[in-house]
Write a protein of this length. Structure first.
Lengths: 282, 311
């Protein structure tokens, strides 16, 4: 027994190390790449770390930040993702409350629709939406991206939220009212604190989706008026995928990843709970 | 879950209860209506439009030549070897990535389930690939595999220093799969971890007392008890992998035979403005996803209702 458990402990330690390497190595690589100088990239500088004399300091970050299109894309991404998240979570909260708490016709329909849309191949919408958006003037605008982002984040938001809402002991609301609280007080002091973590989790997952989207971003925009970061990165310089200013792109990629890392560091627990309740339980 | 009054009640009270049920029904419908409208607005309506457009010969480059051609676009697509090649590439990527994600994701889930020290650090780092933009992951791996500026060729012992991964179909597909697997395995492992947490420890302990080896416990106790979680994870990831687009766009732009069905559709519509043909491909893509979902649900008898705890 003692021998087996020592072996198991060693196995788990190796596994844990493997997970860390798996998750962090490519991140370390893109950071390292962002510090290689332009000249060394053009001349070819194989290897994980910048070679001697090929270290660029913060040059690539400065260059990326001074690029108007890139700055504009960050602004677009933040604005579009935040608005889409806010609207999506409001609409999903109403729907999830109804699904978790009320008996009504069409509940199955909503859940089935949400499930179908979660599996929908987004590219198959690009053509018709491209046509439609151009006809009604939504092409290359913020709302032109916010609307599809809402549609595609609603399923995950509805599942996550209805899973959370089902766990809330709603009797407590009545108990508070019996104890003399008004309905508003009961709602604000009892229900809101219990529901807030779920709403928050849904918001984070929605934000991740909007921030990550690429298909809509490249198809429904044509200028920096609405082009989000992923699209902007892919169009950074020309369309030739074999000859790109790698280190400059890497710096842009690192800048685009910082918000995600901050969110992950701060809300790690909530994200895990949301992901698993949304897909496995919810 | 149900809050309707079901206890036998006197006539008056039952009437009141049914009034309440009617009001609840109305409120419920009102609350879900906005969500339903937004979801259908962007999917059902454009999909119907795609169905209609796919029956016409319509290109934005020659908008006046629009004409009704019936199923001609579908016949053209389905008899073109290009369509079948992209289909084979897409299905291949789907099977390979889901297979490796399942195995690696399960190992990760086992480790995360048992690990005591550094639990927080591990769970935080596993979310980083999940959160990273797919385009960034594609770039990171494209540059890593690059012969001029990457490190993969130097680190792999059996590969020439100047080997060009993006010059041929299979090496290029390999690089694309690596990026895809790297980014999505964490998601898979979290789903499997949730399933693992639902397996009763008592049962595992009982098997241990009865002298079952580690492998026996894994295959006879743990895996059968997390079937639902595994199946849901496979279903979600397979459909997601079938839609692969971002990595291909960034890493090869569809060169050297790495086009997926999604990429082909995109190229027809957005780059070549072939709305009619593109719409036909959109419909075919949508139907393929339906068929794959149906096959997985039937083949593995996935019980989505049970998985969602609806029943």
């Amino acid at each position: 027994m003692g021998n087996g458990s020592a072996l198991r402990k060693a196995g788990i330690a190796v596994g844990a190390l493997l997970i860390l390497v798996w998750c962090l190595l490519p991140v370390a690589w893109i950071i390292s790449l962002s510090f290689k100088s332009q000249e060394s990239i053009t001349n070819g500088s194989p290897g994980f770390f910048p070679a001697d004399g090929g270290f660029a300091g913060w040059d690539n970050y400065v260059a990326a930040w001074e690029n108007d299109q890139f700055r504009r894309a960050i602004f677009n991404s933040i604005g579009i993702s935040l608005i889409a998240t806010l609207l999506s979570v409001i609409v999903a909260t109403l729907a999830a409350y109804a699904i978790a708490r009320l008996e009504f016709k069409g509940k199955k329909l909503v859940l089935t629709t949400a499930l179908a849309i979660a599996m929908f191949p987004v590219v198959s919408l690009v053509g018709p939406l491209f046509d439609l958006w151009r006809a009604i003037g939504l092409y290359d605008t913020w709302p032109g991206l916010i609307i599809p982002y809402m549609s595609f984040t609603l399923p995950l938001a509805i599942w996550t939220l209805s899973a959370f809402f089902r766990e809330i002991p709603w009797e407590m609301e009545q108990a508070a009212q019996v104890d003399g609280a008004t309905s508003w007080q009961a709602f604000r002091k009892v229900i809101v604190p219990l529901a807030a973590p779920g709403v928050f989790t849904a918001a984070i997952l929605t934000f991740f989706f909007a921030w990550n989207d690429f298909v809509f971003g490249i198809s429904l925009t044509s200028t920096e008026a609405a082009r989000p970061i992923p699209a902007s990165l892919s169009f950074f310089v020309g369309a030739d995928p074999f000859n790109r200013p790698a280190s400059l792109l890497a710096a842009g990629a690192v800048i685009a990843t910082i918000p995600i890392i901050v969110i992950v560091l701060v809300f790690q627990r909530k994200i895990v709970a949301g992901l698993t309740s949304g897909a496995v339980k919810g | 879950m149900t809050h309707t009054v079901t206890a036998p009640a006197p006539e008056a009270q039952r009437k009141k209860a049914s009034d309440r049920a009617v009001a609840e029904n109305k409120l419920g419908m009102k609350l879900v209506a906005p969500a339903l409208v937004v979801m259908l607005l962007v999917t059902a309506f454009p999909m119907l439009q795609a169905l209609w457009l796919s029956l016409s010969n319509y290109a934005l480059t020659a908008p006046d030549d629009r004409s009704f051609v019936g199923l001609q676009n579908y016949v053209t697509a389905l008899t073109d070897p290009l369509f079948w090649r992209t289909m084979a590439v897409t299905v291949g990527i789907m099977i390979v990535t889901v297979f490796f994600e399942l195995i690696i994701g399960f190992v990760f889930a086992l480790v995360m389930h048992r690990v005591i020290f550094a639990r927080g650090i591990i769970r935080t780092s596993i979310l980083i690939p999940y959160g990273i933009i797919t385009v960034v992951s594609g770039f990171a791996w494209q540059f890593a595999f690059s012969g001029t500026n990457g490190f993969v060729n130097l680190w792999l012992p059996f590969v020439e220093g100047n080997f060009n991964w993006f010059g041929e179909q299979f090496p290029a597909l390999f690089a694309i799969c690596v990026s895809e697997i790297w980014k999505t395995t964490p998601f898979m492992s979290l789903l499997l971890l949730a399933g693992l947490a639902q397996v009763s420890e008592d049962m595992i302990e009982a098997a241990k007392v009865d002298g079952a080896t580690w492998w026996q416990r894994l295959f006879r106790v743990i895996l059968p008890n997390m079937r639902a979680a595994i199946m849901v994870a496979i279903l979600f990831r397979a459909l997601d992998a079938f839609r692969i687009f971002d990595n291909i766009f960034v890493m090869t732009a569809g060169a050297v035979g790495t086009e997926s069905v999604s990429f082909l559709t995109y190229r027809q519509v957005i780059e070549q403005f072939q709305i009619g043909m593109g719409s036909a491909l959109s419909v075919l893509l949508f139907l393929s996803v339906l068929v794959i979902a149906f096959l997985i649900v039937k083949l593995f008898r996935v019980d989505l209702a049970a998985a969602r705890q609806e029943g």
